[in-house]
Design a protein around this ligand. Structure first.
Ligand code: ZN
Length: 416
C-alpha cells in the first residue's frame, strides 16, 4: 500500500560519529554496522484505533535512526507493515458494527496523516498483511515442508504452528526465561492453552478458516496468517536473510520479535535475523500506563485537532530517552511548546554564533544511543546565546539557517 508522502531532508555539512544503539538481544549499547545501504524493519500498527502518543514515540525513535543514517551518507531501506487482518481488528469491528476492511482503511489513513504531520520519514515499503497473504502462506508452506511447523491435532481446525524447538537460538531476542515467556504469552495475544499444540510456546502460523471470519485460499487451505510470521515474510522478502535494525515498542520483544526471528531463522538458518533489536519505551499518562482498557489514550489526531503544533509534540517526546518508560503530562507539552518558540525565534534572528560546535554536539549526543535530551540542550544553549546577546560581534549571517537545517535534518523539527 502507499506510504505517506516523502519529506525533504536538508544536507548538513560535516561528518557524524558512528551510531551506537542499545540492542535488546545483547543488552549492550553497540555500534550499528550497516553496509552502504542500512536496512531497517519496524513493526507497524494494527489499525483498529487512532495513533496514540505511545505509537508516535516509537516511530519517532526509528525516524531518528533513519535520519542519522542519511546524515552519514548511507542509503536506507526501511520497511514497515500494517497488520490489517488480525483478531484485535476483527474484535473492534464487531464491537462497533463496522466492516473490518473499512475500519482498517480508515485508521491507516489517519495514521499516515499523523506520521506526516510529525515529519516522520516514510518507509520505502509499506506493506499490508492482506496484500502479503500469498508470500506469508508460501513461507508457512516451506516451514511445514521442512518439519519446522506442524498441523494442530484438531480435525476441525488443523491450524499450523511453529515448532519453537526447530530454531537453535530460541529466546535470544527477549532473553526471557521459559517461565516469563509462559506468563507473558497469553497477555500479548498468545494461545498457550490451545488444545492440539505440541508445546504451549509454539506460535500460530496459519489459522484455518472459521465461520464468519475472513479467509484467503492458499495451498495451506482457506485461512489467514498469524501475526509474527506476517512480519517475518514481509521482512525476508524485502530486506533479505539479515538486516541491521528490527524495531518496535518494548512490548514486542516477546512474543512478537522472538517468534518473528525464530520463524525466519528456522527457514534461512541465518542468525541473527537482525543485528540490533531496538525497543522503544512505553508512554504513560500522568504516571499511569496508557492503555485501551483504562481509556486514557492521548491521540496525535486529538492534539492536532486542538491546534497543537506537531513540532511541539515532537520536541516534548524527544525530551525523554527513547528507551525509557515515561509519562505524558501537560507540563511536558508546555515545555515542548516553549522550546519550539525559543528555537524559532533564535532561528529567525539576522545572525548567530558559528553553529559548527553546536551541530557537532548534537551529532555526538544522537550517535550515543539517541541521547535526545543532550542534543536538545546543545541547541538550547545556542538559542539562549542568540536571544540573550542579540547580534554579537563576529556572528555569522548564516548561523541561524544552519541551525535550522540541522534541527530539521537530525531531529526532524522544522523551525521555518
Ligand atoms: Zn512485526
Amino acid at each position: 500500500m502507499r506510504a505517506w508522502p516523502p519529506i525533504d531532508v536538508p544536507r548538513v555539512p560535516g561528518t557524524p560519529p558512528p551510531l551506537r544503539l542499545h540492542d535488546t538481544a545483547s543488552g549492550d549499547v553497540r555500534p550499528v554496522t550497516p553496509g552502504s545501504t542500512a536496512k531497517m524493519y519496524v513493526c507497524g500498527i494494527t489499525p483498529y484505533d487512532a495513533t496514540h502518543l505511545g505509537h508516535a514515540a516509537t516511530y519517532l525513535a526509528f525516524d531518528l535512526i533513519h535520519r542519522l543514517w542519511l546524515d552519514a551518507g548511507l542509503g536506507v531501506h526501511y520497511v514497515q507493515n500494517v497488520t490489517d487482518i488480525d483478531d484485535p481488528l476483527l474484535e473492534r469491528a464487531d464491537r462497533d458494527s463496522v466492516d473490518w476492511v473499512v475500519l482498517g482503511m480508515r485508521e491507516t489513513a489517519l495514521f499516515r496523516e499523523d506520521m506526516q504531520s510529525l515529519r516522520i520519514l516514510p518507509p520505502h515499503d509499506y506493506i499490508g498483511a492482506v496484500e502479503a497473504v500469498d508470500e506469508i502462506s508460501e513461507l508457512v508452506g516451506k516451514l511445514l515442508a521442512s518439519g519446522a511447523a506442524y498441523r494442530a491435532d484438531d480435525d476441525r481446525y488443523p491450524d499450523v504452528y511453529h515448532d519453537h524447538t526447530a530454531t537453535r537460538d530460541f529466546g535470544y531476542v527477549s532473553r526471557y526465561s521459559e517461565a516469563e515467556m509462559l506468563r507473558v504469552f497469553p497477555e500479548r495475544g498468545g494461545d498457550p492453552d490451545r488444545p492440539g499444540k505440541r508445546h504451549p510456546l509454539d506460535a500460530l502460523l496459519w489459522r484455518t478458516a472459521r465461520e464468519g471470519e475472513p479467509a484467503w485460499s492458499s495451498d495451506l487451505g482457506d485461512g489467514r496468517p498469524g501475526w509474527h510470521v506476517e512480519c517475518a515474510a514481509i521482512a525476508l522478502n524485502r530486506l533479505g536473510d539479515q538486516y541491521d535494525v528490527q524495531g518496535g515498542g518494548s512490548d514486542l520483544a516477546f512474543p512478537h520479535h522472538e517468534f518473528g526471528s525464530a520463524h525466519a531463522e528456522a527457514l534461512t538458518g541465518a542468525h541473527p535475523l537482525a543485528r540490533h533489536y531496538c525497543h522503544a519505551g512505553m508512554i504513560g499518562l500522568d504516571g499511569a500506563k496508557m492503555s485501551k482498557s483504562k481509556g486514557n489514550l492521548v491521540f496525535v489526531s486529538r492534539l492536532r485537532g486542538d491546534r497543537v503544533d506537531p513540532m511541539a509534540v515532537r520536541l516534548a517526546l524527544l525530551s525523554g530517552h527513547w528507551r525509557a518508560d515515561r509519562s505524558w503530562t501537560a507540563e511536558l507539552l508546555t515545555g515542548g511548546q516553549a522550546r519550539l518558540h525559543r528555537w524559532r525565534e533564535a532561528a529567525g534572528a539576522p545572525s548567530g554564533p558559528d553553529p559548527e560546535d553546536t551541530i557537532a554536539r548534537v551529532r555526538a549526543h544522537l550517535a550515543d544511543d539517541l541521547d535526545t535530551a543532550g542534543a536538545l540542550a546543545a541547541i538550547d544553549a545556542w538559542a539562549d546565546e542568540v536571544l540573550v546577546r542579540r547580534d554579537g560581534q563576529g556572528w555569522a549571517a548564516d548561523g541561524p539557517s544552519r541551525i535550522a537545517d540541522a534541527a530539521d535534518a537530525l531531529l526532524g523539527v522544522t523551525l521555518r
